[in-house]
Design a protein around this ligand. Structure first.
Ligand code: FES
Length: 281
């Protein structure tokens, strides 16, 4: 089953129950103030709470905020992977918890943490556990979002920079030709019950954006940018240059077909939200 096919219908009982616990904890935040955020979230799991993430900007539609970036790295052989923060143990309100967090990510001054991805049920996915065993490569899924991927990759193949070399001419017939070449995929999901959907674009626009921007310089590589591809509205999986997006003026954007939310992958903003705690084992 593809990542796109899985949402939003999929909702296993286990996750539903966890979602309710997280929701109840968050519901208390408004009434009891900031001090309650930590105790409420700690009560039902590890990590979470008030979080500032870098995200591709939500520019239209009902989504409350952007989708969080995943810093990109390219290995010596040209394969793309997402950087996972440093795994460490921390004392939080008297409880020992394992977290994944990198302070001052590659000298950018930004604290990058797994909390960025803890929304839409992802907080309970196996791959979001700080200690989940993964090589962190971005892999093509069973039903990729673009024809070029179906022609180039089998399911589980790692995305490679050479396969994006025609990015300055690439088009799928939607929007501006040569704006950038995208791929859909998954991250930290091999052998896991739940798939973490990601999207990647290589574009000159990304390279331009990264000049004189310490965070983008640190989190993008050779014009590649990536993000966790879960709409912050109701958790559908959107797509860059999606079929049917032109009707909504989103032909050069990331478009969520569920309720027409639009995201601009070439505008990176800081976004503040209350991340959900990871469930305790
Ligand atoms: S706009 Fe509603 S789930 Fe994306």
């Amino acid at each position: 089953m593809s990542e796109r096919d899985k949402y939003p219908a999929e909702s296993g009982r286990r996750r539903f129950v966890k979602g309710v616990v997280g929701g109840a904890a968050l519901a208390g935040v408004g009434a009891t103030g900031a001090a309650a955020i930590n105790s409420a979230t700690q009560a039902s799991g590890a990590g979470g709470g008030s979080t500032q993430a870098y995200a591709i900007e939500n520019t239209d539609g009902p989504a409350p905020r952007g989708m969080p970036q995943i810093p990109v790295e390219i290995d010596d052989e040209g394969y793309l992977r997402g950087v996972w923060p440093e795994v460490k143990t921390e004392q939080q309100q008297g409880v020992q918890v394992t977290i994944a967090e990198t302070e001052d990510f590659k000298g950018s001054g930004v604290t990058y943490s797994t909390d960025w991805f803890q929304f839409c049920g992802v907080e309970s996915y196996g791959g979001i556990n700080p200690e989940y065993d993964s090589d962190n490569y971005f892999r093509s899924g069973s039903s990729p979002g673009y024809e070029w991927q179906s022609e180039t990759y089998s399911e589980g193949d790692r995305l490679h920079v050479d396969d994006f070399s025609d990015y300055q001419d690439w088009t799928n017939g939607v929007g501006t030709e040569g704006l950038g070449k995208p791929a859909t995929g998954r991250w930290r999901s091999e052998d896991a019950e739940d798939v973490i959907p990601i999207q990647v674009i290589k574009s000159d626009r990304v390279q331009e954006m990264a000049q004189n921007d310490p965070w983008l310089e640190a989190s993008t590589e050779e014009g590649f940018i990536a993000w966790l591809n879960k709409c912050t509205h109701f958790c559908c999986v959107p797509q860059f240059k999606a079929e049917g997006s032109a009707k909504f003026g989103a032909e050069d954007d990331v478009y969520c077909q569920c309720h027409q939310s639009i995201y601009d992958p070439f505008s990176i903003v800081q976004t503040l939200f209350v991340a959900r705690p990871r469930p305790t084992e």
